[in-house]
Design a protein around this ligand. Structure first.
Ligand SMILES: Nc1ncnc2c1ncn2[C@@H]1O[C@H](COP(=O)(O)OP(=O)(O)OP(=O)(O)O)[C@@H](O)[C@H]1O
Ligand SMILES: [Mg+2]
Length: 237
C-alpha cells in the first residue's frame, strides 16, 4: 500500500465557543487525489487551516510524512512540503506572474527555481504568455492558475486546494478541473476541497463528506458518486 503522507485524527477546531470541526479524521496516501466535499459552513476550510498551521488545533493529532506536526507554523510546514492554495487564491496582485511564482519558492534556496518556473509554464501556457503582467489585472480563473502555479513552486508533497473552482465561469471551471487532474497526473498528491461534489469525486481516488464539522461518509470516490445519499444531498437528485 502507498505511504500515508497526511493523517488527521480526531481533529477539533473552535472559534471562541463555537465548535467548527468536531473530531475529523482522514488520510491522504502518496499518489492519491482525495476529495473533501461538503456544503457551505461544513468546516472544510477550517480543517485545512488547522492542518496547515493557520488555525489553532483544540484537540486531535496531525501527522505529515509520519511525524507529528501539530503546533508547527505555516512556514515550517510549507518547507516540509505541505502547501495550500487558499480559498480566494491570495495572489500578490501588485506583482507580476513571474514574481508571484518566485514568491512560491521562498522556502527554497536551490538552483532549480528558474527551471521549475518553466515547468509551471508548461502546465499553464496562459501564465507564460502573461509572465510580465500584474497578477491583479488577470481574470479569476487565471489568478487561480497562478495560485496553483505558485504552490507548485514550493515542491509540495501534498497539495491542498481549497475550492479552486469557486466563482469561476463554466468554461474556466472545466479548465481548472483539467489542470487539477494534470497536476495529479504528473505525480503530485492532492487533497481537493470542493462544493462541486460531482466534479471533485469524478477526479478523485477517494472522498470524504463533511457535514456540520464532522465526516459523515468516506470511501472510494466512484462509490460515493453512486451513493443515493450523496446524490440526494450534493448532486441535486
Ligand atoms: N474566523 C471565524 N470566526 C468565527 N467563525 C468562523 C470563522 N471562520 C469560519 N467560521 C465558522 O466555522 C464554520 C465552518 O466554516 P468553514 O469556513 O470552515 O466552512 P467551509 O466548509 O469551508 O464552507 P464554504 O464551503 O462556504 O467555504 C462555519 O459555521 C463558519 O461560520
Ligand atoms: Mg471554505
Amino acid at each position: 500500500m502507498a505511504a500515508t503522507l497526511l493523517k488527521v485524527s480526531g481533529l477539533r477546531v473552535a472559534y471562541g465557543g463555537i465548535q467548527a470541526v468536531k473530531g475529523v479524521s482522514f488520510e491522504v496516501h502518496e499518489g492519491e487525489l482525495v476529495s473533501l466535499i461538503g456544503a457551505n459552513g461544513a468546516g472544510k476550510t477550517t480543517t485545512l487551516k488547522a492542518v496547515t498551521g493557520l488555525q489553532p488545533v483544540a484537540a486531535g493529532d496531525i501527522e505529515f510524512l509520519g511525524k507529528p506536526i501539530k503546533g508547527q507554523g505555516p512556514w515550517d510546514l510549507v518547507k516540509q512540503g505541505l502547501v495550500m492554495v487558499p480559498e480566494g487564491r491570495g495572489t500578490f496582485t501588485r506583482m507580476s506572474i513571474t514574481e508571484n511564482l518566485q514568491m512560491g519558492a521562498f522556502v527554497r534556496n536551490d538552483k532549480e527555481i528558474d527551471a521549475d518556473i518553466e515547468k509551471v509554464f508548461a502546465i499553464f501556457p496562459r501564465l507564460k504568455e502573461r509572465r510580465n503582467q500584474l497578477a491583479g489585472t488577470m481574470s479569476g480563473g487565471e489568478q487561480q492558475m497562478l495560485a496553483m502555479g505558485r504552490a507548485l513552486m514550493a515542491r509540495p508533497k501534498v497539495l491542498l486546494l481549497d475550492e479552486p473552482s469557486m466563482g469561476l465561469s463554466p468554461i474556466m471551471v472545466d479548465k481548472i478541473f483539467e489542470v487539477v487532474a494534470d497536476i495529479h497526473g504528473r505525480g503530485t498528491t492532492v487533497l481537493l476541497v470542493e462544493q462541486n461534489a460531482s466534479r471533485a469525486l469524478q477526479l478523485a481516488n477517494r472522498g470524504y463528506v463533511m457535514e456540520s464539522g464532522e465526516v459523515t461518509m468516506d470511501g472510494d470516490a466512484k462509490a460515493l458518486l453512486d451513493d443515493p445519499k450523496v446524490r440526494a444531498a450534493y448532486l441535486g437528485e
